[in-house]
Design a protein around this ligand. Structure first.
Ligand SMILES: Nc1ncnc2c1ncn2[C@@H]1O[C@H](COP(=O)(O)OP(=O)(O)OP(=O)(O)O)[C@@H](O)[C@H]1O
Length: 287
């Protein structure tokens, strides 16, 4: 657990880093339709932010959450919503070179963040060698909620995007035999009063990549020091599967995404709600 892994896809910038003012302007001009508008639309559609909210924007240093931080700054400058924003970064035990790159990006992009140590890689490597990702994700979520709460926030924003949602649906169907999507918001189970929000829900990953390359930023990618290439695999396989499906059916992603908004309970055998299991038979003779 001591080297930076090298097997992940790397985003290569198109050019030198653009000046900050240009990057910020591009969010609301060049990338308005592809990025800024879907961000605002998700906030409105799913009622992600209310007046008086204090949102902790969680930044890993990857392309998605760096952009999310800038989107929040733009949204705060341009909308009438009365809310506060804090930026939080948990260092899970990044390689020193990775951490340097992360801090350099935050400084360059003018994102004032609370950076705190999570020591998660070390613990996960010690106690959960065989299932590091599950453990890491759980510990990370807990650490982020804790920090958000400590600095007075009631919401935690994560940088999951449109393609994460689609891949999650397919991963569940194909590998777990259930139909579950990633929710645009949910109430934290162990942190009373806290909510998790995903304002990048409608933003397609290819546009995040385009933006990042355009801005000339080198984001962190796969900074994990524990599971190396091992885990990302299922997600990469699903990505490849979807890309293959798209060759024959261009709108396949839209269909998968929409499937979670159009579930017809009259044509479902069984489902769960609030931890309780139901069967169509429970209702069959009553109808
Ligand atoms: N170390 C961290 N500190 C703060 N937030 C984090 C950290 N790791 C993950 N997150 C949050 O959780 C989200 C999902 O994490 P995941 O590892 O799946 O990221 P990702 O898909 O690679 O996105 P990103 O490009 O933002 O890293 C991130 O977008 C970010 O909001």
């Amino acid at each position: 657990m001591n080297s930076i892994q090298s097997n992940c896809p790397v985003l290569i910038p198109e050019s030198e880093r653009k000046p900050l003012a240009e990057i910020e302007r591009a969010i609301i001009t060049k990338f308005r339709h592809k990025i800024y508008s879907p961000f605002v639309r998700a906030i409105k559609d799913f009622q992600l932010i209310k007046d008086g909210d204090k949102v902790a924007v969680a930044i890993s240093g990857g392309k998605d959450s760096l952009l999310m931080a800038k989107l929040f700054q733009e949204f705060k400058n341009h909308s009438k919503a009365k809310f506060e924003v804090e930026f939080i970064v948990m260092d899970p035990g990044y390689h020193p070179d990775i951490k340097r790159l992360l801090i350099d990006n935050l400084n360059y992009l003018n994102i004032p963040a609370h950076i705190f140590d999570g020591k998660i890689f070390e613990v996960v490597d010690r106690i959960a060698k065989d299932y590091p990702c599950y453990m890491c994700a759980r510990m990370r979520r807990g650490a982020l909620y804790n920090k958000a709460k400590e600095i007075g926030c009631n919401k935690l924003a994560l940088g999951h995007h449109y393609n994460d949602v689609i891949e999650t649906i397919l991963l569940n169907v194909l590998y777990s035999g259930n139909f579950k999507t990633m929710m645009p918001k949910l109430k934290a189970q162990n942190f009373e009063g806290m909510e998790l929000i995903r304002p990048m829900y409608y933003i397609e990953e290819r546009y995040i990549e385009q933006f990042t390359k355009y801005a000339g930023i080198w984001p962190l990618n796969c900074a994990c020091m524990v599971a190396a290439k091992k885990i990302g695999n299922k997600r990469y396989e699903i990505k490849e599967l979807i890309n293959n499906l798209k060759k024959d059916f261009e709108d396949v992603e839209k269909s998968i995404f929409k499937a979670a908004q159009n579930v017809n309970l009259d044509s479902i055998i069984g489902w769960q709600k609030g931890g309780q299991k139901y069967s169509f038979l429970d209702f069959y003779d009553k109808e």
